[in-house]
Structure formats: structure tokens, C-alpha cells
Design a protein around this ligand. Sequence first.
Ligand SMILES: C[S@@+](CC[C@H](N)C(=O)[O-])C[C@H]1O[C@@H](n2cnc3c(N)ncnc32)[C@H](O)[C@@H]1O
Ligand SMILES: [Zn+2]
Length: 402
Amino acid sequence: MWSLNFTFPTEIVKEGKVSVVVPKRVAYVKEAWEYGPSKAPVFYNPAMELNRDLAVLALQTYQKILGREISVCEPLTGCGIRGVRFAVEVEGVRKVFVNDINSEAAKLAQFNFESNQLASVVLIMNEDANLFLSRYGAPRKRFDFIDVDPFGSPVPYLDAALRALRDGGLLALTATDMAPLCGVHPKACVRKYGGKPLRTEYCHELAVRLLVGCLATMAAKHELGITVVFSHSTDHYIRVYAVARYGAREADKSLQMMGYVLHCFSCFHRETSKEIVSPLKTECAECGSKLNVAGPLWLGKISDKDFCSSMKREADGRRLKQEKRILRLLSLVQEESEASVTYYVVDKICDKLNLPVPPLIEVVNGMKRSGFQATPTHFNSKGIKTNAPAKVVKEVITKLAT
Ligand SMILES: C[S@@+](CC[C@H](N)C(=O)[O-])C[C@H]1O[C@@H](n2cnc3c(N)ncnc32)[C@H](O)[C@@H]1O
Ligand SMILES: [Zn+2]
């Protein structure tokens, strides 16, 4: 029988359809600027509710595609809220396996599962995530879904997670180490993700592509190919959902999606290159300045239109607190799912050209009138994805602003 017997102050929070006990926030945040979750004895971050909401929608979408009961694993669970939500809010979840290295977290997770009448659905462990995942690496033991939601980078858990994922399984990854991924600490990014970041206006998209690139290369070592069904960049983190399938051919196909983004800081020109072996261009085709390189990274799709549209349908009737924001995000990700790699930021161009900033929608329409594809992007509220060259983007903006 569960009892509320913790050595630290607690409170009850409600998220989605569940209520769970978490460390009392005010007891650990003395100053307004302090980051509470990391000070508490067990991790719970209310700011990640949207991340968990989307995970519920993605998992339900995936379960319906499979059309059978699924097993779910959360190797870094904190207070257990994510796993509890999967068990309660996603139909067809047969079993949830959660784990945390912090014994207080494992205890609190146990309490939260039991108080939500989920004792028979859950298995809770208290050990290192890689050790935990490795126990499920044998073919018949693997999971349908693994959600890796760590502090910082998910890379240290990728190998074990891939081994513990069933053929055709779905892997979700959160990365919060945006300083390396966005090029503030490029060496750390190369070390961790095996690709060079670039401090451009579209660095958040590059961050997603660096993480996916790292996943694809790691997966290929296990003869696994990946398909990214959904990804987003929100607040201080990025998130990627990818299906992994066994087969040397699948792995080779994934690796063909690897390449580089070449960027000119003088004229906004950018291009992609899959030339992994031959030397990369060093001079901008538009202005002759030096080209800067990001990568190797993933140049393939980073979301799937149909998957996004199913996630939107799944949001219906759930009364999520941030429903409007979620639907807007899903619509944007869906719209940009087939757009070109990288985006232009209108403010940045106007700043450089010393022009007033025209409304985004006018720029989008202007690009379309010029015969190009154009769509806003969820990555940046002032961003536009288009197949138009930088020269045309600048011309359209200049025309609108003068
Ligand atoms: C960001 S929190 C998890 C939050 C949780 N997924 C959620 O949605 O609320 C990361 C968790 O990983 C745990 N952790 C850190 N290193 C670990 C390791 N090597 N093995 C297992 N758990 C670990 C921490 O104790 C912490 O609870
Ligand atoms: Zn240039």
C-alpha cells in the first residue's frame, strides 16, 4: 500500500488527466531567478508540460499506427509524471518501465504510479539508465517506445536505447544542451554529436539536424535506419521522434541523408551539400565571401506531414492547458515538413539592410508571388522557409519595406 511519507516537502500537481506528488516548488526556489527543478530532491519541471503533452499525442498516434498494445520505457523518469501520463492518457499501453538513478525519484515515481492505480502496469527500477536499458537489449525483451528525457544531452543513452528498441520502435529524445548545439561551444558539440554547429539565425534547426545526424550514425552501427516522424524546438530544448528499422539497406538509406550546410555570413546565402568525401565549396556563389560549414548533419525530413496531422487529431477533446499553442505548433511543423533546409529571419535581414520590418505574412506572400515556395516556421516567429535564393528574399523584403 502506498503512503505519503517523504523526507522533503511535497505538493500535488495536475497535468493532463493525472495528479502526481512532486517536491514543493516554493521550498526550493528562494529567489525568482533560481531554477527550481534542479535544486529539489526529485526532478519535476512544470515548464516541460508542453513537452509531455506532445509526447502523449505522439505516442497515441504511433500506437494507433501499430494497432496493438505497446510497451513503453522511460529510463530517466524523475518523479514519474511522464510515465504516469503515458499509462493513463494513451490507449493501448500494456506496460510502462521507468527508472531513475536517484533513489528518492524512484520512490516518488513508485508512489505516483500506485496512487494513480497503476501498480500492475508499471515496473520501476533505481539504477543507471544505460544499465537499465541494457537489460532489455535482447530481441524479445525490447520496447516499442523509449523516451529519453535527460539533463542536457541524450547522446550518452543513445546506444543503449537503440539496442533496447524493437524493430520499427519509436525513440523520443530531448536535448537541452543548446549552447553546444547552437554553436556557443562548438567543440563540445563536435565531441558529443560528431558534427560542427554554426551560430546562424537558424541554429535551432541545425541543432535538430545535428541530433538526428548523431542518431542516424549511431543507429547505422547497429544496422538500423531511421525515419523522423516529428521534431520541434521549444523554449530551451529540442525534441526528436524517430522510428528505427533494422536492415543494412535501411541504415545505408539513412546515411545518404547526411551532409553539410554551407553558410555565408555576408549575404545570407546558404546551400546544402551531400558531398561527404570530395572537398566542400569554400566560396559563396553569390558574393564570393568565405563559406562556413555546419555538419555533418541530417539533411532529410525532420517531421512527417501525416504524423503531425494525426497528432493534431489526437489533441482533440483532451482539454490540454496549452491546447492553442500545441495546435499552432503542430500546424506549423506540419506545413514546414516538406520545406527546404534552413530558414531566413526577416528581422535579421531588415537589420542588415537597415529597413523597417514588414509583416511576415506579406513576405511569405511576396515570395509566393515571385514563384517560390514559402512557409512560416515554428523555429522562429519571424522565420520563413523558402526555396528562393537569398538574393530574392532580400529583393522581396526590400520591395515591401520601401
Ligand atoms: C530531466 S529529468 C527527467 C524528467 C522527466 N523525464 C519528466 O518528464 O519529468 C532527468 C532525470 O534523470 C535522472 N538521471 C540522471 N543521470 C541518470 C543516470 N545515469 N541514470 C538514470 N537516471 C539518471 C535524474 O535523477 C533526473 O531525475
Ligand atoms: Zn555570400
